[in-house]
Design a protein around this ligand. Structure first.
Ligand SMILES: Cc1cc2nc3c(=O)[nH]c(=O)nc-3n(C[C@H](O)[C@H](O)[C@H](O)COP(=O)(O)OP(=O)(O)OC[C@H]3O[C@@H](n4cnc5c(N)ncnc54)[C@H](O)[C@@H]3O)c2cc1C
Length: 406
């Protein structure tokens, strides 16, 4: 789905701010701050279990990381602790359920990961052995074998690369859209643009949230606000965010069937033919955008985490460079027509995994933020809904509680 269609669809979701105070109900009123993929998954799973939910979003749904990412559903990194890896794998299973439950379009087929240097290939081989110990369907194959599976990609035939069979890819904007539509169908509300300011607490209990459209009654608040988490809650759960450039092409004839992670870019093709290419650092050893001769103000600009380029020429320069690299490996990319070039800022937590659970310093408040959030959103949504509505604490999240940082 391109951004134009997305805007059209989401326009249907926009609700007049005047309706923002919500309905009175016997049930707890749960407010979710943030309509990224994490907040919208939580909203869907809560409303599905019968909760009264209002999502408030400062900009528009999927405006930030959840609409500017690579969309790889992965359980192919040897993430530690093992419980993190376990969550990723459970989330892939949760996606399989969502495929039929709410019609999410997933391109399954697996992923290849290829590192250029022999040294890194050796490390990758060792990492794959760790994952095989976890029971993951992943193994090393040669570049020659990979070429048989992806004949349009010029792999180094002698290279050793990882093939993870269970990975897939989604258009995360479409996923957010599906979660929110279902939330609304089930009686929830999605309000935007509405900015959360703070909570109103009485007798150590949340009674409302204060927002840009006034107070909204609340019994519990779930913070799913991505890279804004630390600033909003005055906590320290996030590392400095890193940028990545994402190119989306117009739909084209199928050229590739799996997620392919190459030495300097990564690529997959959606079911509708759109090719997605991501690149973290296209100039050796320099941060994204730091072209030779860039003015000092450049770093200041990066510090404000821009999501677009300062001008069309620079955007084209970056896109052309990424495409030129990718075309060396996949010549068919010479005919692509670009639909969009965006910059995404990855929310990364200090523990490298999710941070999910009750915030002990604000009774009734709950935090859910994570990197790999496209992969993890379904399982996080399920588990958070269960914890909030059933009043239990699942062991699956025991290693990821906020009180280790807050
Ligand atoms: C370039 C890039 C590539 C990535 N690739 C992958 C990948 O291949 N696979 C994968 O699994 N993950 C990937 N990720 C990570 C994934 O995109 C994120 O982990 C995920 O999108 C985080 O979702 P979120 O809902 O927590 O945050 P967000 O999408 O950032 O949503 C948070 C929302 O909160 C809103 N908000 C903030 N403050 C307020 C406020 N005061 N009031 C109201 N609303 C507020 C924001 O406007 C925002 O919309 C990638 C990320 C990036 C940037």
């Amino acid at each position: 789905m391109n951004r134009r269609n997305f805007s059209k669809l989401l326009a249907l979701l926009a609700i007049s701010p005047n309706q923002g105070s919500g309905n009175i109900s016997k049930k707890d009123k749960i407010i979710i701050i943030g309509a990224g993929i994490v907040g919208s998954s939580i909203a869907y799973h809560l409303t599905k279990m019968g909760a009264e939910v209002t999502v408030i979003e400062r900009d528009r749904p999927a405006a930030h990381a959840s609409g500017r990412n690579f969309g790889w559903l992965h359980a192919s990194y040897p993430t530690k602790p093992q419980s993190f890896h376990h969550l990723l794998r459970r989330s892939l299973l949760a996606y399989k359920k969502l495929e039929t439950e709410i019609g999410i379009d997933i391109h399954w087929g697996g992923s290849f990961e290829w590192h250029a240097s022999k040294e890194n290939q050796k490390i990758l081989t060792q990492e794959i052995e760790v994952q095989q110990g976890y029971g993951v369907p992943i193994h090393m194959i040669s570049g020659g074998q990979a070429h048989e599976l992806e004949p349009n990609v010029k792999f180094d035939k002698e290279a050793n690369m990882a093939f993870s069979e269970s990975d897939g890819a989604v258009d995360s904007i479409e996923v957010v859209n599906k979660f929110l539509r279902k939330t609304i169908n089930l009686g929830g509300q999605v309000l935007y643009p509405v900015t959360y300011k703070n909570v109103k607490v009485k007798d150590r209990k949340i009674v409302a949230v204060r927002t840009s459209i006034g107070e909204i009654e609340a019994d519990r608040v779930v913070f799913a606000c991505g890279v804004d988490t630390d600033e909003l809650l005055k906590v320290d759960v996030l590392k400095t965010s890193e940028p990545e450039i994402i190119l989306r092409t117009q739909p084209m004839k199928r050229i590739i069937d799996r997620v392919v992670v190459m030495p300097s870019f990564h690529i997959h093709q959606q079911n509708d033919g759109t090719v997605i290419i991501g690149a973290t650092n296209t100039m050796e050893g320099t941060a994204v955008g730091s072209l030779p001769g860039a003015p000092v103000s450049h770093l200041e600009r990066l510090a404000s985490m821009p999501e677009s380029f300062p001008d069309v020429a620079l955007e084209k320069q970056h896109a052309d460079r990424i495409l030129a690299i990718a075309q060396q490996f996949i010549p068919q990319l010479k005919t692509v027509k670009l639909e969009e070039v965006v910059i995404g800022w990855i929310p990364s937590t200090h523990n490298g995994g999710p941070v999910v659970g009750h915030l002990k310093n604000i009774p009734g408040a709950y935090l859910a933020t994570t990197n790999s959030g496209v992969t993890l959103a379904p399982i996080i949504g399920q588990l958070v809904a269960m914890e909030l509505l059933d009043g239990i604490e699942t062991n699956l999240l025991a290693d990821f509680r906020p009180d280790r940082f807050v």
